[in-house]
Design a protein around this ligand. Structure first.
Ligand code: SF4
Length: 213
C-alpha cells in the first residue's frame, strides 16, 4: 500500500517535471507508429525519425509496405541497424495485416504480438499511443528507473510489466511510462544518475545506487 501511495506522489512530481512527456517517434497513424517502433529496436528515436521522414512519403499504406522489395527496403532503413531482420518483419507484418486483419492494425495484445517482430513492448506502445488504451511499455529506461525506485525487481520485461501493474494506477499506465523514460534520459541515467538534482530523490529507494556517504 505504501509503495502505491509513494508511486502516486512520484508520478505527480514527474508529471509536473515533464509536461511534454510523450512518445518521441514521429507518426500520423497506427501503421506508422507500428513500423517506427519496429525500427526503433536498438536505435535512437531521432535516427528513426530521420529515416521515416522519407520512408513514410514513399510507402503510404499497408499495401505499399507489403509489396516492398526486400533489398530496396533494407537499403532504405539501413541507418537504423539490424536492417535485414527489420525489413523482413515489416514486409511480413504488413502482408499478415492484409491477410488476417483486413488491412487494419490490430487493437488487441494477442493479435499484435502475432505479427513478426512485434513483442509486448511494441504492442503496448501501439495500444497506449495509437489507440488510447492504458498500457505499460517496458523499455530500458522504464526498467532501470523502476528498479531504482523499488517498484520492480525482475530482469524480465514481461514480469516487470506485471509488477508495475500492481504499483502504478491503471489510468496512468501509458503516461507514467513516458514520464519514466523522460526522467531516465534526463536525470536517472544508466551510468551517472543525478540523484542530487533529482526532484523525486526524497521518495526514491535508490536500489543499487552506490552511496558516497
Ligand atoms: S534519486 Fe537517483 S536513483 Fe532515484 S530516480 Fe532520482 S536519479 Fe534515479
Amino acid at each position: 500500500m505504501k509503495l502505491k501511495q509513494t508511486a502516486v506522489k512520484i508520478l505527480d512530481i514527474l508529471e509536473r517535471e515533464y509536461p511534454d512527456a510523450r512518445v518521441t517517434l514521429n507518426f500520423q497513424n497506427p501503421l506508422q507508429l507500428l513500423l517506427a517502433t519496429i525500427l526503433a529496436a536498438q536505435c535512437t528515436d531521432e535516427r528513426v525519425n530521420l529515416v521515416t521522414k522519407d520512408l513514410f512519403k514513399k510507402y503510404q499504406d499497408v499495401a505499399d509496405f507489403a509489396r516492398a522489395g526486400l533489398n530496396t527496403l533494407e537499403a532504405e532503413i539501413r541507418p537504423t541497424g539490424f536492417y535485414h531482420n527489420k525489413a523482413k518483419s515489416i514486409i511480413r507484418s504488413c502482408q499478415m495485416i492484409i491477410q488476417k486483419f483486413n488491412g487494419k492494425i490490430p487493437r488487441t495484445m494477442e493479435e499484435l504480438i502475432s505479427l513478426p517482430g512485434v513483442g509486448r513492448k511494441t504492442a503496448n506502445i501501439i495500444l497506449g499511443n495509437a489507440y488510447d488504451q492504458q498500457a505499460i511499455a517496458v523499455d530500458t529506461h522504464v526498467k532501470r528507473v523502476t528498479h531504482r525506485l523499488g517498484w520492480a525487481k525482475s530482469d524480465n520485461p514481461d514480469k516487470i510489466e506485471l509488477e508495475l501493474m500492481g504499483v502504478i494506477p491503471h489510468q496512468r499506465w501509458t503516461m507514467a511510462c513516458h514520464q519514466l523514460v523522460f526522467h531516465g534520459r534526463k536525470i536517472c541515467m544508466a551510468r551517472k544518475p543525478q540523484c542530487s538534482a533529482c526532484p523525486i530523490a526524497q521518495l526514491c529507494l535508490k536500489v543499487g545506487i552506490a552511496r558516497k556517504e
